[in-house]
Design a protein around this ligand. Structure first.
Ligand SMILES: Nc1ncnc2c1ncn2[C@@H]1O[C@H](COP(=O)(O)OP(=O)(O)OP(=O)(O)O)[C@@H](O)[C@H]1O
Length: 318
């Protein structure tokens, strides 16, 4: 049984009706995708801006209703109408730690909220739990009566992590959790996350533009392009021996540690128009290997080596 099992999950943002009142398709932000994550695993998720990472993450934490598909955690399907059930199982750590914390609430109130809301804990139980959570993110109890703006970025991100841990989730979605932090602080937060994962048997989905960070922290990496999974495989293999030309482009355009992915305009033609998607492979317009087949028929995600799947008619040979 997987910690997380996603089946045919998709999201289309409806648009107002088109010219002359006719229907229009809407923006297919996430096309039907299926993947699973094992208990204790870190799955990295990479892709350029607009590839659907946030939309996927927001569906996984119950902030956005999927258009199709299902989400199972530890074998139980999540009910999209029951946000508290999501909250107890899967939590989100945001990119910008300070602005993601309510400025009018003390740290105690911020950490207490999930304990009350999700578990209905009484005062004594909450006090004990808060002390435990603070210790696990290496923050002093003296911080509890302070407010978010009094903290540095690294401390604020520890508070964001503490808030997520208060829900005692099985899965955490880490959305660019260190990209807003100074490089010197990034490693501390990444080490803390690794330690928490091991100690609490957590499963992570780690979204990042920074391939070096993703490669370092992930067991497997999933590459998204234009709302679809184009490749998924072991972190140590996927950038070293990509099967999909898009994964290779990403790896080649970010050769320096810490360098973020380049914008599409720096790596060739732009992304396709989401309102008017091409019929075949969405990457064909930028792909040096594309043929007529690619422009006509969308390639399915297929096994192409040990633990590696790619959606490509002309995959790169080993
Ligand atoms: N509420 C919305 N209504 C209409 N379209 C949307 C909405 N939210 C996202 N989109 C579109 O869906 C697509 C995927 O967006 P999403 O924010 O998930 O991408 P992303 O990979 O997270 O990008 P970034 O890295 O910039 O956050 C984009 O084309 C975006 O314009």
């Amino acid at each position: 049984m997987h910690a997380l099992e996603v089946t045919d999950l998709s999201k289309t943002f409806a648009l107002r009706s088109g010219l002359f009142g006719g229907p229009r398709d809407g923006v297919r932000a996430v096309r039907p995708m299926s993947f699973s994550v094992s208990r204790g695993e870190t799955l990295g998720i990479v892709g350029e801006s607009g590839c659907g990472k946030s939309t996927l993450a927001r569906m996984l934490v119950g902030l956005l209703e999927p258009t199709t598909g299902s989400i199972e955690i530890d074998g139980s399907a999540l009910d999209t109408a029951d946000p508290a059930a999501f909250g107890r199982l899967i939590q989100y750590v945001f990119q910008d730690p300070i602005s993601s914390l309510n400025p009018r609430k003390s740290i105690r109130q911020i950490i207490e909220t999930p304990l009350k809301r999700l578990y209905g804990m009484g005062a004594a139980e909450r006090q004990a739990r808060i002390a435990e959570i603070l210790a696990s993110v290496n923050l002093r109890e003296a911080f509890l009566e302070r407010y978010p703006h009094e903290f540095s970025g690294g401390q604020a991100q520890r508070i964001g992590i503490a808030r997520a841990l208060a829900a005692a989730p099985k899965i955490m979605i880490l959305d660019e959790p260190v990209s807003a932090l100074d490089v010197s602080v990034q490693a501390q937060v990444l080490n803390l996350l690794a330690e928490l994962r091991a100690r609490l048997d957590l499963t992570y989905l780690f979204i990042s533009h920074d391939l070096a960070v993703v490669e370092a922290v992930s067991d497997r990496v999933m590459v998204l392009y234009f709302g679809s999974v184009v490749e998924i495989g072991r972190a140590e293999r996927i950038f070293a021996a990509p099967k999909h030309p898009y994964t290779r482009l990403l790896a080649e355009s970010a050769p320096v540690v810490g360098r973020p992915l380049r914008a599409p305009e720096q790596t060739g033609t732009e992304l396709p128009d989401p309102l008017n998607p091409p019929p075949g492979c969405a990457f064909a317009g930028r792909c040096p290997r594309a043929t007529a087949l690619c422009r006509e028929t969308e390639p399915p995600l297929e096994t192409m080596g040990e633990d590696q799947l790619a959606a490509c008619h002309h995959p790169i040979a080993d």
